[in-house]
Design a protein around this ligand. Sequence first.
Ligand code: G3H
Ligand code: 13P
Ligand code: ZN
Length: 314
Amino acid sequence: MKYSKFGLVNTNQMFQDALHGGYAVPAFNFYNMETLSAILDAARTTHSPIILAVSESALKYMGNDMLMAMISGAKIKPSDNIALHLDHGSSFAACKHAIDLGFSSVMIDASAQPFSNNIDITRRVTDYAHKFDVSVESELGTLAGIEDENTFGTDSTYTNPTDVEQFVAATNTDSLAIAIGTSHGAYKRTHDDAKLRFDILSDIASRMPDFPLVLHGASNIPSDLISIINKHGGKMQNARGIDAAQLRHATQMNICKINVDSDLRIAFTAAVREFLSSHPDKFNPRDFLNAARQSMTRVCISEIEHIMGSANHA
Ligand code: G3H
Ligand code: 13P
Ligand code: ZN
């Protein structure tokens, strides 16, 4: 099914606009009606372009038909500037499956493979995706909890800037996720003075000034929401994320897409825990799911306005 039937767009124009406008398009992960509608409400309130990200496991959780029925029911218009994106596609088959369903963008993540395999798999995906005008993101480097030293030795996890031009030319990828010190999940780097490696980002940007780059593992992990979780029975003592000022700085460089999943999970969990512990008599799931939805929308709006800078760019 062609994605334009769902009112979706691919990410090519939105990334060029973001690159030249000094902001990033948020990619928020969703996995049910509440997460999807929270993200769409935030996009519509702020007039921000949005990437609706679906991991392979989230796709399995929702089911193909239910997912695409929700997308259809969302009545998205091309002027909303919304992409449906496969997050961390692990194989050509997974990417093809998403493209055939009606996704407008896919990520092929073969970053754990040797460089030449990563090129071959990514190239296979771009050859297929581009036939349908679907945009492709790929990845070089490995995200890790605590990054290693400033070298690009065999065990280095940062993206090596000298590999980037060759990789992009050989694969025809439309954007590239790079490793500059972010990591997935709610327990990021442990050094208090941890800084993203803007020197690596600058080096890549100077080699490829018009090429869109992507930051994964970029949740901010709001401390107020972590406190709510911990106050109401949760145990997330050492949760910590990426500093908002560093993320903003990245958006003003060549980072055109910032991926956020954990912050919405935290917003959801904080709202449900708080609601249930303050209303022990209530048992209608719509009550606490609505609180969760509103909490996620608030986080999306706040990040669009204070981190991404993408408001009013739909
Ligand atoms: O980067 C990965 C996302 O956070 C998706 O995670 O596979 O648990 O949906 P998931
Ligand atoms: P976080 O775990 O920091 O939200 O990262 C999400 C992500 O990169 C999804 O691809
Ligand atoms: Zn990711």
